[in-house]
Design a protein around this ligand. Structure first.
Ligand code: HDL
Ligand code: ZN
Length: 432
């Protein structure tokens, strides 16, 4: 199509009206709006301080992150078996030496640790970790959490809470936590795909369930979920599912999903978050780092969204090949909310691709990112990287809009960023 006269140039300021931005102003304004807007981090593995040792923070935890453990085994002669026998400090020293001293820390996860050290004015080229260790040792967790979230531009984080985790259960049974900036999630993995190994825990707590999830089991799982919704006040329920996920399915998982979890989500007016595409423990020797990714058959999601229109589904898919399908499904089902660039996708090159196709297909009706942080200070680099990628993608969208004949104001950019990083989640999870 021949570009009509004038289409090829961006309109000048006087053509745009008073509060509309020129092309040159768009980039800086998008960056400023992203930098000054507090985001909701809708999926993390962080914990409020009341959860004690379940909450990970500080340099030794940052370095022994399973993303870095996977990278250690590629750049060191240390065997996994020898590594697991080491105390954590030694593990961290080994990772620092292999990935940060003997090699350049230019992977996403290694660069992240450098960004955290730099954010606290700690040396980033030291041969050892002593200065970093004494800095973090001097922090008090309650104030450190608040400072880190404020530095990261995050107003609240959503935890991953497992009611069947013995240590975590104790905290909830003793009243849970008091921080309003930490929101709870009812995580269902041990029930949905871990039933065979965990149904007795429910039976021990007085729920009449059995190994086959037969008889009253589904009703009793609903009662269990109701008890924990009262206790935790979760903002959604969640489960991670493999690339083989099918729905509907003649299985314990399929039955508990349809007869217990989906009705319970409707009863408590909660979204259900499905994170689909993991291939668990392809290399068990490296433990948490041993999971991989597989392309899922998203017709399971299609069936679920179509047959349960009263349920709201948050969805994140792990395979890059599934992203476009997820966008198309979100166009078909308004009860489906795509979120995040999960795990192996949370790298600038892929985040850019995914976010551009989401904007092209969904406008601002999706949730661009979550941090998935496991260690508190990771939010600093994960959200800085998201803001950097988002500012390019969003500014480009507005420049295309201007070229096509519609100017953009700071107010509308603020409205859009609020929706992407707060409003879509608040509305989907009924937090407003
Ligand atoms: O299941 C999940 O919530 C995943 O995010 C896993 O925890 C995974 O190990 C992870 O940390 N990804 O970032
Ligand atoms: Zn996660």
């Amino acid at each position: 199509m021949k570009v009509q006269e004038g289409m090829e140039t961006t309109p000048t300021r006087q053509q745009l009206g008073d509060d509309l931005l020129t092309a040159d102003q768009i980039q800086a304004t998008v960056e400023e709006v992203l930098a000054t807007t507090q985001f909701i981090d809708i999926h993390t593995h962080l914990f409020a301080p009341e959860f004690g040792g379940l909450g990970l923070w500080g340099i030794d935890e940052l370095l022994t992150y399973h993303y870095l453990e996977a990278e250690l085994f590629r750049s060191s002669s240390i065997s996994p078996e020898r590594y697991w026998d080491m105390p954590k400090r030694e593990q961290a020293d080994a990772i620092w030496r292999a990935l940060f001293v003997e090699n350049s820390p230019i992977s996403e996860a290694t660069r992240g640790v450098i960004a955290v050290l730099d954010a606290f004015d700690l040396p980033t080229e030291s041969p050892d970790l002593e200065e970093a260790r004494s800095f973090f040792r001097a922090q008090k967790i309650e104030s450190h959490v608040s400072k880190v979230l404020q530095m990261a531009g995050v107003s609240s984080v959503v935890m991953t809470n497992d009611p069947l985790h013995p240590e975590e259960q104790k905290v909830w049974m003793n009243g849970g936590h008091s921080r309003s900036d930490f929101l709870a999630v009812l995580r269902l993995d041990r029930i949905l795909w871990g039933w065979s190994g965990h149904w007795q825990l429910l039976a021990e707590q007085g729920y009449a369930v059995d190994a086959q999830a037969s008889g009253k089991s589904a009703a009793e799982v609903r009662r269990f979920l109701a008890d924990w919704c009262e206790r935790m006040d979760p903002v959604y329920m969640a489960v991670s599912l493999t690339d083989a996920f099918q729905f509907p399915e003649e299985s314990i998982q399929g039955k508990l999903l349809s007869d217990a979890v989906l009705p319970s989500c409707r009863e408590f007016d909660l979204p259900l978050s499905l994170m689909i595409g993991v291939r668990r423990q392809v290399n068990p020797r490296i433990r948490l780092a041993g999971d991989a990714v597989g392309r899922a058959d998203l017709r399971a999601l299609e069936n679920l969204c179509r047959d349960y229109p009263e349920n709201r589904i948050l969805a994140s898919v792990l395979s890059r090949e599934n992203q476009h399908e997820l966008c198309v499904y979100a166009r078909k089902f308004s009860n489906l909310m795509p979120f995040g660039c999960w795990w192996f996708l949370n790298n600038p090159s892929i985040v850019e691709e995914i976010t551009r196709e989401r904007i092209e297909l969904l406008g601002t009706s999706f949730i661009p990112q979550h941090s998935d942080a496991r260690v508190l200070e990771q939010v600093l680099y994960k959200w800085r990287n998201t803001r950097a990628t988002m500012s390019q993608v969003l500014a480009n969208s507005y420049k295309l809009l201007a070229r096509d004949g519609r100017g953009v104001s700071r107010q509308s950019i603020q409205r859009d960023v609020n929706r992407l990083f707060r409003g879509n989640f608040e509305q989907f999870a009924n937090l407003t």
